[in-house]
Design a protein around this ligand. Structure first.
Ligand code: ZN
Length: 251
């Protein structure tokens, strides 16, 4: 991953190392740190490094060494660091390139989302920024109104996964394989209750709320599938940002 110009000077080396790291895939990012060609970026001292605040956000604390960790982690900077997709309401971390093991899988500029608009995902989920933004939009304008602003978490059943549609051999690559889809199987409320799609859809008490949330996803997302669509979607909402010529496909 060495880049031209990455061998000039300590600070440059550190910046380049971080830039290379950013471009690495999820799996190999951690291992590439130790084996970087320049090898000496860990030695940069504050006096040599100049203005730390001017360094790119890409530099993680473990790359900076003990002297430089403190100023980076304090204050607004920390909050901004956790913001992704140029949006303070989308929290997580940048992932970069996700290589696909099947033809048609993978994503560029992917992110790993931890929370949107204060609503935590039950598992950190890899997706594109376009999908993260759709999710945020849906949570704010669809999910919270449907559940009287009581939702604090989303139960994520699936996010990025390189596979065919409904896991059927020979079928087209799923939007999950492109970082454009997320499956939501439940809504976690302030009081600790979890409204699941599987049970809640059949319950007289919660069906209306779930239906409202499901309907509101149609638009921010190009494809929305729920219990009404087919047997594969009895226990979750499938939401993806694939766009269709005839408008959103919602069942
Ligand atoms: Zn799905």
């Amino acid at each position: 991953m060495a880049r031209a110009g990455c061998l000039a000077g300590l600070v440059m080396a550190a910046a380049c190392a971080a830039a290379s790291l950013q471009a690495e895939s999820i799996g190999s990012a951690a291992t590439s740190v130790g084996s970087n060609a320049s090898g000496n970026f860990m030695w940069a001292l504050p006096s040599q490094a100049g203005d730390v605040s001017a360094w790119p956000d890409l530099l993680g604390p473990d790359l900076l060494g003990p002297h430089l960790v403190e100023p980076v982690l304090f204050g607004k900077r920390k909050r901004r660091k956790a913001a992704i997709c140029d949006d303070l309401d989308i929290q997580g971390e940048a992932v970069g390139v996700v290589p696909g093991k099947l033809n048609g899988c993978g994503a560029t500029d992917a992110v790993r989302v931890r929370a949107v608009s204060g609503v935590t995902l039950s598992q950190q989920s890899v997706m594109t920024c376009e999908t993260a933004q759709a999710l945020k939009h849906w949570v704010e304008k669809g999910v919270q109104p449907a559940f009287r602003k009581d939702v604090v978490g989303l139960r994520v059943a699936a996010h990025y996964s390189c596979r065919t549609r409904n896991n059927r051999p020979g079928a087209k690559i799923s939007e999950h394989g492109r970082g454009k889809a997320i499956d939501i199987s439940g809504f976690i409320l302030k009081n600790g209750d979890v409204i699941t799609v599987l049970e809640g859809w059949k319950s007289r008490k919660t069906h209306k709320q779930l239906e409202k949330a499901w309907k509101a996803a149609c638009g921010p997302f190009g494809t929305v599938l729920g219990p009404r669509s087919d047997r594969y979607h009895q226990d979750h909402f499938h939401l993806d940002t694939a766009r269709h010529r005839g408008g959103p496909y919602c069942r």
